[in-house]
Each structure stands twice: as C-alpha cells, then as structure tokens.
Design a protein around this ligand. Structure first.
Ligand code: ADP
Length: 447
C-alpha cells in the first residue's frame, strides 16, 4: 500500500481524502495556493507545499507545481478529488509518466467519458439507454434542423466538452435553432476550449438519478445503489438523497446491473458515476463522471462503504473489499450542500467565519473545512460544508435533518442553510414528488 498520498485539491474534499488516508495508515501531502495558507487541509496534512498564487489556474491547476510537490515530498500517489484536475486525462497521464499512481481511472477512460457525445455513443453500444439526440457533434445547421425536427422541440444544445451544468441552451422552436447553436458554440469555446456541441431531446419533467459504481483491475464491478439529485438550481445540485423516492427495489437492481455491465465492457477501473434522467419509468443516460462526486457521502451512509478508501485500494491494484451480494443498503440519507451564498439572491458571500458550530448526534455527518476565525477566500467554489444525515426511514431522516439544520451555526457570512430549512418543510419535498425543475420554480433560476 502507498506510504504517502498527495491530495491535489482543497476544502472539504481534501479533508475527506486525508481522513481516508489516515485511517489506512497513509501519510498525506497538502498542496495549496497562497490564499489557502491557513486552510484546514493544510493544517491537518503531514506536509504541505505552496504551489502558487490564489487563482486556481496558477495553483490548483498548476500541473508542474503539483508534480514538483509530489517529487520533493516523495509521494507515491496523487488523489485529484473532484473539480480542478480530476477529469483531466492529460494530467492523469503526466502523473503516471512521472512514476506516481493516479488515484482514479486510466487516462483513456477519463478521455472517453470527457467527450460527452462519444460517451453517449459508447454507452449506447454497451446496451445503456441514452437521451434521444445527435450521435455525433453538430456539423451544420441543416443537419441540426433535420435532427431537431425528428426528435421534436423543445431540444437542448449541449457542449460536448462541457461540465458543471454550464453552457446548455433550450430551444423551443425551429427559428431559434441556428442562433442558439452559434451562441452555444461561442460559449463552449470560451469555457471549455472546444466548440463542439450536440443536440438532445429536452425532457420536460425528469428526475436526475445517478448510479455509483466502483471497479477494480481484476474485472470486478459493483454498484452502491443510486442517488436522486433532482433538486438543482441552474443545473447545479443543491440537495441529494439515497435511495431515490421514485424507485423500487426492482428498478434499482435493473439500472444498477445495466450500469455495472456497461462499465465492465469498458474495462474501467476506479469509482465512477453514471448519470441518468428518469422520466415516465424510463432511464436515459446523460453522462459518466470518472471521479469521486460531491454527493458520494449519501451512498456511504446507506451502505457503510468508504468509497474513497476503495478508490485508493483499487488504484493500488488490490481487488475490491466486497462483492455485489455483500452490499446491503439500509435506511435513508440526505445531503444538503451548504454554500457561502445568500439564501435568496444566491450572491456569493466569502469572508470571515466568526462562529462555527456544526450539528452532531446519531446519524449526523458534517464534511467541512470551516473553523471559527477562518477567512473564506473569494477565489473558489462557494461550497463550504456538506450536512449528511442518515435515518432508518426517509421520515426519520427528514426529522433528523430538520433538527440538525436548526443546530448548525455558521456566523459572519450568508449561507444557504435557510434555503435547506425551507426545502425540508415543503410538502412536495416531504412527499418526494419533485423533478429537476421543481426547485427553480420555488426559488428562481438565473439571476
Ligand atoms: P454537466 O456535465 O454540465 O453537469 P449534465 O449533462 O450532467 O451536464 O446535465 C446537468 C443537468 O442538466 C441535469 O442534471 C439535468 O438537470 C439537466 N439536463 C441535462 N440534459 C437534459 C435533457 N436532455 N433534458 C432536460 N434536462 C437536462
């Protein structure tokens, strides 16, 4: 097993990875920007290396800086977390070329799934149902018009190299199509350095349901059930739960098996998530994330499996610690993403945290790098804490979540805790009857 792992990330996920390493007897190296010198991930790690100034492009995305830090500290492996370089196939290849282990999939799989239109095609070939739409990137407006007509308006234009819920355009009528494609191409080029776009049927009332899988390099693939991530604003997840209130055990087993079969065909190794839209009893694949996800704790809470620990084990060439029949899902878990944002306007609210009191008690987990006196820098993602609650039933989980949200004190900045309090009191949410548009109808979408 590795002796030392470099964590190429910050915030709560850097702590999460540090914790798994610690419990496995592995030393940790933190990297950080000058803005993060006082950050908790730096304080907890065995060693730390400053890799650049505050902008992520010069620090957390600084590949030579990260490789140098791994070299001078003698790390064996690098865990990329989520965001930043986690889905950068070139980075994974460079890590391996320098003799370190990349804790994630092989570069070829990161690359294959990073091109979303190619990913859909390979999933379709592996027998997974996909959202109807283009089989290739859009070539010209005439072909696009023909395809949109075939699948029926409204359609969605998406960036092939896209991510983070950005750059999607809903088109409701043929005359808007050419203009929207041009805008989508411009935005895709500016944001993702690639102007390829594709067309999908725009589903009116789907749920976002995703399957967590993990595979080793010995041909074993298991799924750890699904997560329902339908509560979104501007295509960004706000709250996630497992299991999905919309699925029964049969549907769960069916989609889990389809996901595992596809991943086995790819020869994939590592943790991954297959994202689906689910409407009228049918699943449609949209994309696969080849990394640990923000919402992985809800699957951990209902399965008792430490997904980050398994990521590290399979990256070291070991077989998975369990087989599918060993995985028993029990009870219900909900995660609230607490962002440093105003709960109604969603304006970012970085600054000094004056008081910090996380909730506790049975079934309550808080993943956060905050502490009283910490100054949240304005340069990075606004996620500052994840509150994850487990109960023996969805109802018990909801009651526990309500009291945990009441206890949670983060002083000095605005947070989205009041938004979560509003959600958990809402009749539709309590009934589990919501789709991907429900939250925006409640609180509004684009500013
Ligand atoms: P990204 O990688 O940018 O996050 P995804 O393809 O995962 O993009 O989609 C993000 C979200 O956008 C989905 O969870 C869903 O809410 C919405 N979405 C994506 N595709 C469709 C579609 N075909 N119809 C309706 N909504 C969609």
């Amino acid at each position: 097993m590795f002796d030392k792992v470099l964590i190429a990330n910050r915030g709560e996920i850097a702590l999460r990875i540090h914790r798994a390493c610690r419990e496995m007897g592995i030393h940790t190296v933190a990297v950080h920007s000058t803005a993060d010198a006082d950050a908790m991930h730096v304080r907890l790690a065995d060693e730390s290396v400053c890799i650049g100034p505050p902008p992520a492009s010069e620090s957390y995305l600084n590949i030579p800086g990260i490789i140098s830090a791994a070299t001078i500290t003698g790390a064996d492996a690098i865990h990329p977390g989520y965001g930043f370089l986690s889905e950068n196939a070139a980075f994974a290849a460079i890590v391996e070329e320098h003799g370190f282990v990349f804790i994630g999939p092989e570069p070829r799989h990161i690359e294959a799934m990073g091109d979303k239109v190619a990913a859909k095609a390979s999933m379709q070939a592996a027998g997974v149902p996909v959202v109807p739409g283009s089989e290739d990137a859009v070539r010209d407006n005439d072909a696009a018009a023909k395809l949109a007509d075939e699948i029926g308006f409204p359609v969605l234009i998406k960036a092939s190299g896209g991510g983070g819920g950005r750059g999607m355009k809903v088109v409701s009528a043929p005359e808007e199509l050419a203009g929207s494609i041009a805008t989508a191409r411009r935005e895709a080029l500016a944001n993702f350095g690639n102007d390829a776009v594709y067309i999908e049927k725009y589903l009116a009332k789907p749920r976002h349901i995703e399957v967590q899988i993990i595979a080793d390099s010995h041909g074993h693939v298991v799924h750890i059930g699904e997560r329902d991530c339908s509560l979104q604003r501007t295509h960004q997840k706000v709250l996630e739960e497992a299991p999905s209130p919309a699925l029964n055990a049969e549907q769960r087993a069916e989609i889990g098996k389809a996901a595992c079969d596809a991943v086995r065909k790819l020869g994939y190794r590592g943790a991954g998530t297959l994202e689906f839209l689910y409407e009228d009893g049918k699943f449609f694949f949209i994309e696969m994330n080849t990394r640990i996800q923000v919402e992985h704790p809800v699957s951990e809470m209902i399965s008792g499996i430490d997904i980050v620990r398994e990521q590290i084990r399979v990256a070291d060439g070991r077989p998975l610690s369990f087989a599918q029949p060993d995985i028993a899902l029990s009870g219900h878990a909900i995660e609230c993403r607490v962002n440093a944002e105003h709960p109604e306007t969603f304006a970012p609210s970085p600054g000094r945290v004056t008081d910090y009191h996380p909730p506790g008690g049975l079934g309550v987990r808080v993943d956060s790098a905050l502490y009283a006196g910490y100054e949240i820098p304005p340069y990075y993602d606004s996620l500052v804490a994840k509150l994850i609650v487990h109960g023996s039933s969805r109802n018990e989980c909801l009651m526990r979540l309500r009291r945990a949200l009441e206890e949670f004190v983060i002083g000095g900045i605005d947070t989205t805790i009041p938004l979560h309090q509003r959600l958990v009191a809402d009749a539709d949410f309590i009934n589990g009857s919501y789709d991907i548009h429900w939250l925006e109808n409640l609180v509004g979408g684009e500013p």
